[in-house]
Design a protein around this ligand. Structure first.
Ligand SMILES: Cc1cc2nc3c(=O)[nH]c(=O)nc-3n(C[C@H](O)[C@H](O)[C@H](O)COP(=O)(O)OP(=O)(O)OC[C@H]3O[C@@H](n4cnc5c(N)ncnc54)[C@H](O)[C@@H]3O)c2cc1C
Length: 376
């Protein structure tokens, strides 16, 4: 069945490095050992322990240099990790590890001062601290340029006032990555980023929101009540917060797409057992999966080659997220028709797959971004 689904789609050049196949086998074996059991329980998984376990297998921090606490395996290896996360039947675990390892950690790696690498990145990769990514606000979800949280210089630090909403892992994280607006600066150079420890006076958490999907990745609000934070917790140049964030979003979309394509593949492999090979909808979805995978690999290739990938990344996110939704729904429909025992797990998969479009880009925003980059 896998053979049939895979067809003769070639392995992309970036996964032809020495030891690539052994690395994939090691990732899958480690995920089966540590992530699969966590995905199958209803109790909240312990991310500190999970990341420490990944670390003990040299899989936490593949993309980061050894001197920064990573394994030095590189970005192509991290892409393999991201794709394999799609095998785990819990979108919440995939999302949590992506936020920690591929959304906040890259920021610290790229813009962190040496003391910040030591204080935040290295312990994060060891699983000693968990990171959340706090951008969205009640009045600024898709439109991140409209953020109202403010940062004002105050002595040797900054005073922060505002409210972040729907922040994944906020209730579990030790340190929150936060983006805030600077008064008297001109857009788009009017934002600044911080790493704010959870016990900073003035930081308050809202209740955990009820959620239909990503059960292992709880979401809550964070309030900053005139919070004061030292300048040692500012990440990157004042004014560059939004520019740096947009670049990071474009990169994360590619990794998220690798995971979404793999989720779609897992669903199609199951669905194919319950219908005819010539089923038109199955064949259409397989063709879409092959196209989506090729597009994501192209985006990844451009990123690895330091080429232009903005439009490719948005297209890839749009198509792979839609595909994960339609493939999971198709598999669920077939499981119901044939009274298969997989109905519950596929219901979870459908609920989780909806959320691919939420993190770092809804379908509409991806279309808008493609139109802007391609000058339509
Ligand atoms: C489970 C979950 C986890 C989340 N985790 C995080 C997190 O960890 N960190 C974080 O910062 N945020 C997080 N969010 C928030 C998420 O990023 C926002 O919900 C998302 O950005 C959309 O913002 P919004 O809800 O304000 O919707 P809106 O921006 O109000 O959009 C509503 C609808 O209108 C569409 N729309 C908006 N603008 C346009 C336009 N100009 N043209 C056409 N259509 C448009 C949107 O695509 C969407 O369909 C999470 C949300 C959920 C549900």
């Amino acid at each position: 069945m896998n053979q049939f689904l895979l067809g003769d789609h070639p392995t992309p050049a970036f996964w032809k490095f020495e030891g690539a196949e052994q690395l994939r086998a090691h990732i899958n074996k480690t995920f089966d050992r540590f992530l699969m059991p966590a995905a199958k329980t209803t109790t909240q998984c312990n991310y500190h322990q999970l990341i420490a376990a990944l670390r003990s297998e040299q899989l936490s921090g593949l993309r980061y240099a050894k001197e920064k606490g990573g394994t030095g395996a590189g970005l192509a290896a991290q892409a393999m990790f991201a794709e394999s996360l799609g095998r785990i039947p819990s979108g919440g675990i995939g999302m949590a590890l992506t936020i920690h390892l591929d959304m906040v950690a890259p920021f610290i790696d790229q813009y962190g001062a040496p003391e910040q690498i030591e204080r935040f990145l290295m312990p994060a990769l060891r699983g000693e601290i968990l990171l959340s990514h706090a951008v969205s606000e009640p009045g600024a979800g898709s439109d991140v340029t409209n953020l109202a949280t403010t940062a004002t210089r105050d002595g040797s630090g900054w005073r922060i006032c505002g409210h972040k909403t729907m922040i994944s892992l906020a209730s579990l994280a030790d340190v929150h990555f936060v983006i805030a607006r600077l008064a008297d600066y001109r857009a788009p150079f009017n934002m600044v980023n911080f790493l704010i420890p959870k016990d900073t006076p003035g930081l308050r958490l809202g209740n955990v929101w009820p959620a239909l999907g990503n059960a292992q990745c709880p979401v809550s609000d964070i309030f900053f009540d005139d919070l004061w934070i030292g300048d040692d917790c500012r990440l990157g140049m004042p004014g560059m917060g939004m520019i740096n964030q947009l670049q990071q979003f474009a990169q994360e979309r590619i990794l998220s797409s690798l995971r979404a394509n793999q989720v779609a593949y897992q669903c199609l492999a199951r669905a194919a057992q319950w219908t005819y090979t010539a089923d038109q909808q199955l064949q259409t979805l397989i063709a879409e999966w092959q196209a989506s995978r090729a597009l994501t690999y192209k985006a990844m290739q451009h990123w690895l080659a330091n080429g232009e990938y903005l439009s490719l990344s948005s297209s890839s996110k749009l198509i792979s997220s839609r595909l994960a939704r339609s493939a999971s729904l198709f598999a669920l429909d077939l499981a119901r028709q044939h009274s298969k025992g997989d109905v519950n797990s596929l219901q979870t998969c459908v609920a989780d797959a909806r959320l691919f479009s939420i993190s770092t880009g809804s379908d509409e925003m991806m279309l808008k971004s493609i139109a802007a980059t391609e000058k339509y």
